[in-house]
Design a protein around this ligand. Structure first.
Ligand code: SF4
Length: 266
C-alpha cells in the first residue's frame, strides 16, 4: 500500500494528522506521541455510556454498564474446548449448545483469519448480518474495521477476527454473564492456537470480558496489558459500531491502533 492509499483510508476514517510512515510500520510520526505505554489517556466516560456492541449498527436501549464474570454462575457446564486445531475447534463450536443462544442462532460465527496471525481483533458477539452470513464483522461496522486494518498496512485476510460470543444474542442485546462464561473457553483456545503477537479488544464488552474488569472503556484505553500466560500485548479501543455513531472518536482509535502496532516485535 502506498502512502497515498493509506492517507486516503485514514481520511476516510476521518483521520488526517497521523501517518504510519514505513511499510512495516515501525517508524511512526512524531505526532503520534500523545499515548504513552501504561499511562491512561484522559477518559471519556460519557462517550462510553453509549458505546455498544459488535455487529450492531443501531443503539440499544438498556445496555448493561459492565460485564461481571466473577460473581455469576451458569446452569450448564462450560465446554472444555479440547480441539487441537482451529478447524476442529470450529466444528466443536458449530455443535455447541452450552448456552441458550444456541436456540435462537441461525449459525455459529467462529471468526475468520489465518491459522496463525500476528493480529487478533476481538469484538463482542455476532449481529444479525453476521448470524446470517456466518462471518464476523460484516455490514457497516465490519467495513469500518476493514478500513482500520488496511490503515495498518494489513489486509483483512492477514489478521484474525473473532468475538467473545460465537452466537448472536437475540435482538442484539448485550451478552449475559453466563453466556460469556459459557463461551469463554472457545476464545481462550482460539488465542492459544492462533498465537497472536498483539490483541485488540474492540469495545467495552470485549475489553471487560478479556480483562475481567468492570471498568468503563474510557479507563481501559491507552494502556498495554499483558494477556494470559504468554503475556500477549492487549490494547483496548472503541468498537467500530460505536465509531459509526461517534465518528469524532476515530482519532482515538487510530491512537490505540498505533499503540498496538508498537507492541509488535521488530
Ligand atoms: Fe456455545 Fe458460545 Fe454459542 Fe453459547 S454462545 S451456544 S457457549 S458457542
Amino acid at each position: 500500500m502506498t502512502d497515498l492509499d493509506r492517507n486516503a483510508i485514514l481520511k476516510e476514517m476521518g483521520i488526517t494528522q497521523w501517518v504510519l510512515r514505513d511499510q512495516v510500520g515501525r517508524g511512526l510520526s512524531a505526532q503520534e506521541a500523545p499515548i504513552k505505554q501504561g499511562k491512561p489517556v484522559p477518559e471519556d466516560v460519557s462517550a462510553l455510556a453509549s458505546e455498544h456492541a459488535p455487529g450492531k449498527d443501531q443503539p440499544e436501549e438498556g445496555a448493561a454498564s459492565s460485564v461481571k464474570l466473577t460473581d455469576q454462575t451458569t446452569s450448564v457446564e462450560p465446554p472444555q474446548a479440547t480441539a487441537i486445531t482451529l478447524e476442529s475447534l470450529r466444528a466443536e463450536v458449530a455443535g455447541c449448545t452450552a448456552c441458550k443462544l444456541s436456540e435462537s442462532r441461525m449459525q455459529t460465527v467462529f471468526g475468520e483469519g489465518p491459522n496463525q496471525a500476528d493480529w487478533l481483533f476481538v469484538g463482542e458477539a455476532p449481529g444479525q448480518q453476521e448470524d446470517r452470513q456466518g462471518k464476523p464483522f460484516v455490514g457497516r461496522a465490519g467495513g469500518l474495521l476493514t478500513q482500520m486494518i488496511r490503515a495498518l498496512d494489513k489486509s483483512r485476510e492477514q489478521v484474525f477476527i473473532a468475538n467473545t460470543l460465537k452466537c448472536r444474542p437475540p435482538n442484539n442485546r448485550d451478552p449475559l454473564p453466563d453466556e460469556l462464561k459459557a463461551c469463554e473457553a472457545y476464545l481462550l483456545k482460539q488465542i492459544e492456537l492462533i498465537q497472536p503477537k498483539v490483541m485488540v479488544a474492540l469495545g467495552r464488552i470485549s475489553a471487560q470480558a478479556l480483562l475481567k474488569s468492570d471498568q468503563p472503556l474510557g479507563k481501559l484505553r491507552g494502556q498495554v496489558y499483558q494477556y494470559g500466560p504468554n503475556k500477549i500485548p492487549l490494547i483496548v479501543t472503541y468498537h467500530p459500531a460505536y465509531l459509526l455513531r461517534q465518528p469524532g472518536d476515530k482519532g482515538k482509535v487510530w491512537e490505540d491502533l498505533l499503540l498496538a502496532h508498537r507492541q509488535l516485535p521488530v
